[in-house]
Design a protein around this ligand. Structure first.
Ligand code: NAD
Ligand code: TDX
Length: 340
């Protein structure tokens, strides 16, 4: 089987490609990635020479380029990880989010209709459900929770989800959608909370916690997300949404303190900065459906996964060191330079 993976040079997509090639040695992977600031071809170095792997540097919005790849590769499954993925960047400039996350998804689905596929799987996020109040720990997002977005990022992801369901109903495209909580693990771009705090800690730089650090996220080790996507795209029902999460809610401030502790750095590095605009308070997934229908359960405990992740960043400084010394520096200055 040929599986076309978009966004495979990013954090989750690359972990997914490694997982698939190992777990399903009989399958081929075709990766399509534009290599934006968040995409890194060096991440895929271990598989670039694998005869079961092929890489195309193409924008998912480029209809002609995408159709040519479909004609050439004839994928049976398409899984769309490609996206602009950082909430703070979406607040700074929404347009590219609308372009990639909405138009790009529609171009991919048009290609699927034109050439025929067994499955189009859309990788979505729990952020489409908006947020939950801190004083209602009994509430969780189910697949029936109404869409109620907060940021340009989550709105663009929600729009793509709605389009995917429309393509299922109108054209009969065999679509599935998964909505996952916050991921952590190797190869995450250091603009996101956990790798940013690890990198800053190691450089003895201030640790910028937004607001009071009381916002809650439901953290899942990236390989557990990859396993879930693999199950949904092969065995999940078409026209269905599956929530993915591990009941692992933590406050941002507790994550940052834990990173300080693991790296033997003083908590005095923690600096409270101006809050994110429209900042979602709490995300919490109810994963009952994927557990019941596909027998999925997370396997990595947060206490193990975070130590493994910190160890990975310690062992792979050249990977992220190069990133934080490039364009990222001007981003960091724009985002954090004047934020006290
Ligand atoms: P990422 O930013 O690390 O990677 C995104 C990848 O997509 C990069 O390689 C980038 O080059 C590529 N890309 C961007 N625009 C493109 C375009 N127009 N054409 C082709 N490629 C393009 O993101 P991530 O954290 O790996 O997230 C992957 C997917 O999972 C996204 O759809 C995101 O919404 C979703 N998701 C992420 C999380 C999380 O915690 N990171 C949680 C739930 C869902
Ligand atoms: O410097 C920071 N300080 C801080 O306090 C950063 C970068 C983040 N934060 C806070 C904001 C959030 O409450 O930490 C929390 C996590 O922030 P991010 O890592 O930016 O993730 P989040 O906004 O929760 O979104 C992530 O999870 C859902 C991914 O980036 C999305 O792609 C995914 O859909």
């Amino acid at each position: 089987m040929t599986i076309l993976v978009t966004g495979g040079a990013g954090f989750i997509g690359s972990n997914f490609i490694f997982y698939e090639l190992q777990r399903h040695p009989e399958d081929r992977i075709v990766c399509v990635d534009k290599l934006t600031y968040a995409g890194n071809l060096s991440t895929l170095a271990p598989v670039l020479e694998d005869p079961r792997f092929r890489f195309y540097r193409t924008d998912i919005c480029d209809r002609k380029g995408i159709y040519e790849i479909f004609e050439q590769e004839k994928p049976e499954i398409v899984v769309n990880f490609a996206a602009e993925s950082h909430v703070d960047r979406s607040i700074e400039g929404p347009e590219i989010f609308l372009q990639t996350n909405i138009i790009g998804t529609s171009v991919l689905m048009d290609a699927c209709r034109t050439f025929g596929v067994e499955r189009f799987h859309q990788v979505s996020t729990d952020e489409v459900y908006g947020d939950l109040p801190l004083d209602r720990p009994d509430l969780f997002f189910t697949e029936e929770t109404p869409i109620r977005t907060s940021s340009p990022y989550s709105s663009s992801k929600a729009a793509a989800d709605l389009l995917a369901m429309a393509y299922f109903r109108t054209y009969g495209l065999p679509v599935s959608i998964s909505r996952c909580s916050n991921n952590y693990g190797p190869y995450q771009f250091p603009e996101k909370l956990i790798p940013l705090m690890i990198a800053n800690c190691l450089a003895d730089k201030p640790l910028p916690v937004y607001g009071q650090g009381l916002n809650v996220r439901d953290w899942l080790y990236v390989e557990d997300h990859c396993k879930a996507v693999d199950l949904v795209m092969r065995r999940g029902s078409v026209g269905q949404v599956y929530n993915i999460g591990g009941h692992n809610e933590m406050r941002n401030i507790d994550i940052v303190r834990l990173i300080c502790h693991e790296l033997h750095k003083p908590e005095s590095l923690i600096t409270y900065v101006k809050d994110r605009k429209g900042h979602d308070m709490r995300y919490a997934i109810d994963p009952t459906k994927i557990h019941r229908d596909l027998d999925w359960l997370p396997e990595t405990k947060f206490s193990d996964g975070i130590v493994q992740t910190i160890r990975w960043y310690l062992d792979n400084k050249p990977w992220w060191g190069e990133i934080v010394s490039g364009e990222y520096q001007s981003y960091y200055e724009r985002m954090y330079g004047n934020r006290a």
